[in-house]
Write a protein that binds this ligand. Sequence first.
Ligand code: MSP
Length: 612
Amino acid sequence: MAAAMMNLSSSIQSGLFSSLKPSSFFNFKTTHFKNRFFLPQSHFIFSKRSMLCTCSSNNSNFQTGAKAEPYVVTTPLYYVNAPPHMGSAYTTIAADAIARFQRLLGKRVIFVTGTDEHGEKIATAAAAQGSSPSEHCDVISQAYKMLWKDLNIAYDKFIRTTEPKHEAIVKEFYSRVLANDDIYRDDYEGLYCVNCEEYKDEKELLENNCCPTHLKPCVHRREDNYFFALSKYQKSLEETLAKNPDFVQPSYRLNEVQSWIKSGLRDFSISRASVDWGIPVPNDNKQTIYVWFDALLGYLSALLEENEQPSLQSAVSSGWPVSLHLIGKDILRFHAVYWPAMLMSAGLTLPKMVFGHGFLTKDGMKMGKSLGNTIEPNELVHKFGPDAVRYFFLREVEFGKDGDYSEERFINIVNAHLANTIGNLLNRTLGLLKKNCQSTLVVDSTIAAEEQDFKDTVEKLVEQAHIHYKNLSLSSACEAVLEIGNAGNLYMDKHQPWSLFKQGGAATEAAAKDLVIILEAMRIIAIALSPVTPSLCRRIYAQLGYSDDQFNNLNWSETKWGGLKGGQVMAQPKPVFTRIEQIKETENGGEAAKKVVKKKEKKPQVQGVVEA
Ligand code: MSP
């Protein structure tokens, strides 16, 4: 399977675009300006709906019932033109950390992810493989699921846009928008970027009409399509954003969205006559629905319960509206302009927030499948484990901004923070506890911390982490938790419990209390960092003598100082995070090459480590 995936990946990257069926259905006179051909009233299935819509769930046409409002977080639905790369994994890791944090707060979380499987880009990729589109989608969609498993991604819903329930939702939604008088037929001519699946304005293109994101020339297209009357929603969108400035995050992206809207919204085509691989337009099976109009609805169809009759009503009552759409900044216009207007047209509540994060770059260029400058996430995970990968990208890249990857930086950060600051501190403390206290805590952590500033420091830092997670400042949240580890190391160095144990009497008592204090800090770190490094934190928790069940049922309120009690027995010390070693090797006739390995786990050398 792995070999098959590798072949697939490389041949996809070198694949050629196949020729596509030309548009032939209608031969309108080609023009840049649209002629409106409204469909007859008999096509209308629904009566017109109120256009009033805000970001508050109270205005929904459907109410979600008495159940506690869930926290719904989504990733984009990933194109299956090629297997996932680190850029796609980045959004999902961030969404998983946010979902885990919200679960810790006791929220009912619905974490939605999935794959975007229709359209020209996917059909072309499948043809290049010599596969049918549906076989191709099965393979790549499975590759996403496998990677999410390896990265410890605990999603609740995985939607594939080729699922029948999704098609039903798209058709129902289309019919609603049609009934609201917002779809009309027109001919169109323009420059199309297949990789973006979007018509582009000439003024935004580079030399030779190249797309600025994909650096490939856009192709000239001319066809008749159905259009969505986006321009009708200009005023409502302006008002919505003015009333809900938090709708677009980070705040510095709001200006961009507002200026797009201010510069004038143009209706966009929502069907393709030249693409077979898609959902047929209701009442016109010679056209398929535009892949973006189709994919955005995955956020609704994903919410449907298993074996439930698919309908917008039931999707909405299963958790709509979304609390947070997490996306990359390249698809902000679709999520912050097109999508809200589509929802307004269908009379549905708007999502509460759209967060556009930055790009992972390589040599300053957006890492991507189309440019072929990607980092293989499978390789990183298999080499370094999921915690290292998750931690590095969330800690190192300020959420919202771009960030560059370098292996050297990766190794340095992960070793310094996870192996040394946290792993080593835990290991040497447990080693001392085993040697001097039979691995048993002598007092409650509350008593141990009396008259110590350390407890206040930890409480402040954990509160900061809480605020940062809430504000989606994931890097700062990691930093605050790491500061607890740094404070713990300083405390150890200052108090030197290993020397106190040698003195006996009151000094031994003080040393035993010091160990309780450090282990309590470790307990708090294990909870507060668990959204980012869940398996590492599970191992820390197990070292503190807790069961898996106890870890699974943690709540953020347990980050309060005082969880560890006198008499609690800790586990045998065992390293929780192995350092990554860079071994310099001589290969290829003397040319130096670096090999990166996870160091073999050794039995803890209590004395040596402690006294070093
Ligand atoms: N299929 C659409 C989304 C439809 S959502 C209803 C799509 N797919 S994508 O696979 O091209 O991109 C998915 C996400 O991955 C986007 O948010 C995009 O920004 C993100 N990334 C792709 N490359 C990236 C980086 N190099 N860095 C960070 N994220 C990037 O767009």
